[in-house]
Write a new protein. Structure first.
Length: 299
């Protein structure tokens, strides 16, 4: 049984988009995934997103995705939401992943905008609706035009929000003006998908975060959120500014690469990456260590 959700916070407030740990030979590390999931929930996450791009979903097989969901649900599903990435640029494949995630025990689905194909807005509408129709699970859209090539326009958001199971959006669009209008008009629960904009998005109506830096600073993200909710703008701003080196350092290169390096520095499960992702160089690791230390992360 997952934690109790509300229409305002259907997946809680603080979620980490979790990496997928691998063993030294590149196989799926289910034990490591369970240990990492427990660590993240103990640190204060309300939920975890698995099988997203931070989870190296382009290079994990469908069977591995289902195994990962099942393992994480077994580890933390009684005290945190487990949201499974199910979006691809093939609607039929996405429906298969959605159904498999439900069968594995996921509490919700993350559906990214179909990438590379650059469908029109009507294609997005039909794609997301098909995913929402495929299971009984609530769906979080994922709007990231920098990777997908196509934004979800506000009018499309408003139409999608009419579906009873499309309840949230992860915003990595980087446009506070568009976010403001979409939040106001759609009524979707809005989650920041861009750590540098966590605080600004809260100010225009976001309810929480789907974070990458949550791997290393979940307590600080929780404190920032609590300060904002309590009306302490000064404290929230102080925490935001303290975390700037972490936000910057974790995205000097591709985020999965730096996250697994950071976990390794802390002795936490992560393991190697699957090509085309590659490990940090020694110089990049030194820079990441400095960035994390500047943001107060204990290594």
């Amino acid at each position: 049984m997952a934690p109790t959700s509300t229409p305002q916070t259907p997946f809680g407030r603080v979620l980490t988009a979790m990496v997928t740990p691998f063993t030294a030979d590149g196989a799926l590390d289910l034990d490591g995934a369970q240990r990492l999931a427990a660590h993240l929930v103990d640190a204060g996450n309300d939920g975890l997103v698995v099988n997203g791009t931070t989870g190296e979903s382009p290079t994990t097989r469908d069977a591995e995705k289902a195994q990962l969901v099942r393992a994480v649900v077994d580890a933390v599903g009684d005290r945190a939401f487990v949201v499974a990435g199910a979006g691809t640029n093939d609607t039929r494949h996405s429906l298969e992943l959605a159904r498999a995630a439900q069968d594995a025990g996921a509490h919700g689905l993350l559906a990214v905008t179909p990438y590379y194909s650059k469908p029109p807005q009507e294609g997005l509408l039909r794609h997301f609706t098909a995913i929402a129709d495929a299971t009984d699970l609530p769906v979080m859209l994922y709007d990231i035009p920098g990777r997908s090539g196509v934004p979800i326009n506000t009018e499309t958001m408003v139409r999608l929000a009419e579906h009873p199971r499309i309840v949230a959006n992860k915003d990595a669009k980087g446009d506070l003006g568009r976010a403001s209008w979409a939040i106001a008009r759609s009524g979707l629960a809005w989650y920041s998908g861009d750590d540098m904009l966590n605080l600004p998005l809260l100010s225009v109506g976001a309810v929480g975060f789907v974070s990458v830096v949550g791997h290393v600073v979940t307590p600080e993200l929780r404190a920032l959120l609590d300060a904002h909710l309590n009306g302490d703008v000064t404290k929230a701003t102080e925490i935001h500014q303290k975390l700037l080196p972490v936000f910057t350092g974790m995205f000097r290169t591709q985020g999965v690469i730096t996250t697994k390096a950071a976990l390794g520095l802390q002795g936490l499960p992560g393991g190697p990456l699957r090509l085309p992702l590659v490990e940090l160089s020694p110089e990049e690791t030194e820079q990441l260590t400095r960035d994390l230390a500047a943001g107060g992360v204990q290594l």
